[in-house]
Design a protein around this ligand. Structure first.
Ligand SMILES: N[C@H](CCC[C@H](N)C(=O)O)C(=O)O
Length: 282
């Protein structure tokens, strides 16, 4: 059986996109494991299914490289917006909606020569209540709280953008020097996170921008994480490093995103790119 796909990325966070308006995927968990694998498959951070929706222009489902399903994907939703616009599936409209497991999101597309270049996504309100993230810590929110990994105390801020995030600010260490392959899994599987966690390792730079690396639940280190950049912008405001209602630049390994945190919602602006289209024999 042949399956058509499109490889796309947002800031280097790369997924295999499958148009399910005209194709059927029966076991997405198994498919994501197979296709994400770089040696025997296509290689990527996971797969994203683009399907019809009765309440939005399309529905997006994201599966991590280990087959687990994520509830939201910031880089992915910009790529879905690009896919829909560039392929004429939204009638040339530049305000579109995409249904996700974290609700319907609205995108404002910036287009040139018939192609989407960047998008601004209304990501919805940050969720701070521990039980809704979820994180097994008491209180109304988790800001600058101590968390022990390998006998070392880290101060973490936990935020959900529909998917769970643990944001850690480093004053002394340059996050580029951290061994994420050792550290990442210890946070991902920490007992305080009953549904595992996406973890962001952040430096606040002298110009007030943020430098971030991320270890993603189910995919390991990725070159960017859109929901993670949102969580990082929110956490930076909650910790007094940045101001709400201002544009915050987050530098990721694969590019930059602009985050704006207001009490009502979080906006994320960034690019999306098509790398190649292909067909795979299953
Ligand atoms: N890379 C995605 C996040 C994937 C989250 C996934 N790892 C999970 O929550 O299980 C992003 O750009 O927001």
């Amino acid at each position: 059986m042949k399956l058509s796909f499109t490889k796309m990325h947002g800031c280097g966070n790369n997924y295999i996109y499958i148009n399910c308006f005209d194709q059927k995927v029966t076991d997405p968990e198994k498919l994501s494991i197979a296709l994400s694998e770089p040696h025997f498959g296509i290689g990527g951070d996971g797969i994203i299914l683009i399907s019809p929706s009765d309440r939005a222009d399309a529905q997006m489902r994201i599966f991590n490289a280990d087959g687990s399903e994520g509830k939201m994907c910031g880089n992915g939703i910009r790529c879905v917006g690009k896919y829909l616009y560039d392929n004429g599936m939204v009638g040339g409209r530049t305000t579109i909606t995409i249904d996700t497991l974290s609700g319907v999101k609205t995108l404002e597309l910036n287009v040139r020569d018939g192609k989407m270049q960047t998008a601004r996504v209304d990501m919805g309100a940050a969720i701070l209540e521990p039980a809704k993230i979820p994180v097994n810590m008491a209180g109304s929110s988790v800001i600058d709280a101590p968390l022990v990994v390998d006998e070392k105390v880290y101060h973490v801020t936990c935020v959900s953008m529909g998917n769970p995030h643990c944001v850690i600010f480093f004053n002394e260490d340059d996050v580029d020097d951290l061994d994420l392959s050792r550290l990442g899994p210890k946070f991902e599987h920490h007992p305080l996170f009953p549904e595992r966690i996406n973890t962001e390792f952040v430096n606040v730079l002298p110009d007030g921008s943020l430098k971030m690396r991320v270890w993603e639940r189910g995919s390991g280190e990725t070159w960017a994480c859109g929901t993670g950049a949102c969580a990082t912008g929110v956490a930076a405001c909650l910790n007094g490093f940045c101001k709400p209602d201002t544009d915050i630049t987050v530098h990721l390994r694969g590019g930059d995103l602009t985050i704006r945190y207001t009490t009502e919602t979080v906006f994320m602006t960034g690019a999306a790119a098509t790398v190649f289209k292909g067909e795979i024999e299953l």
